[in-house]
Design a protein around this ligand. Sequence first.
Ligand code: MN
Ligand code: MN
Length: 317
Amino acid sequence: MTRPFNQPLGGNEMPRFGGPATMMRLPTQQDAAGLDACFVGVPLDVGTSNRAGTRFGPRQIRAESCMVRPYNMATRAAPFDSLMVADIGDVPIDTFNLPACMDIITRHYAGIMEAGCIPLTLGGDHTLTYPILRAIAEKHGPVGLIHVDAHADINDHMFGEAIAHGTPFRRSVEAGVLDTRRCVQIGLRGTGYAADDFDWPRQQGFRVVQAEECWHKSLSPLMQEVRQQIGDGPVYISFDIDSLDPAYAPGTGTPEIGGLTTIQALEIIRGCAGLNIVGCDLVEVSPPYDTSGNTALVAANLLFEMLCVLPGVLTRE
Ligand code: MN
Ligand code: MN
């Protein structure tokens, strides 16, 4: 069979530990021209409140992605038989100026939108989702949101600043880039500054599913409800790796105990199949705290799973 689309470099052509460390060993290109989907990194960590290091996230996720093979053996998804995909490198952020990064990121993603390409982002701290959503909404209008995280990230300010990794969804609601009746947050938990911290998104119309509602069970039935809530309209997936229990993903800046399992993460993402997904991100991998590389490995696999549920991806019998 001839394949008209980019293929990841196979393990029989070059050992998996060899060759350039691009995402899934895909070809690279300078911009999103001609692509259906792209992997793009945002090496940002100056929005982080506790442990830093997510600036190294995109590079480490790419390194650990070398073991991710092109077919999904559970769902039979064949993304590289279906879509033109490449790794388009990183956004050249200004690491000394976080507010300036917001405009740099929005401009960069406006170019990706212009090309008609779906971005899958390798983070980077969670601040980056706000400027991405601005670019997405410029094209699609206000979008639905599936936000998986230990934290709501709806703080009004952090240390007096409006832009930080704990504020992106407050800023996004204020900017009108979210369709708040089609937003869900999954995995929220831990300690807060006020007992009603998780009520603000509910007051905006979000569905909030705290981690305790996820304990000890499959999340496939939840995702059936989520698909009904989201409907046919455009939706963005934002996956913070700290939604997972630190047992699975210790390499992150603000870990919280009692989190999701990797199996529940797969159920959430596979449960997004059929939705009109217009962009995805995987954020908050901090390699300095990821001594085994396992957190980045989990992130690489979850990004592949996101690719597998994009519109237009065929399944093979
Ligand atoms: Mn977050
Ligand atoms: Mn978080």
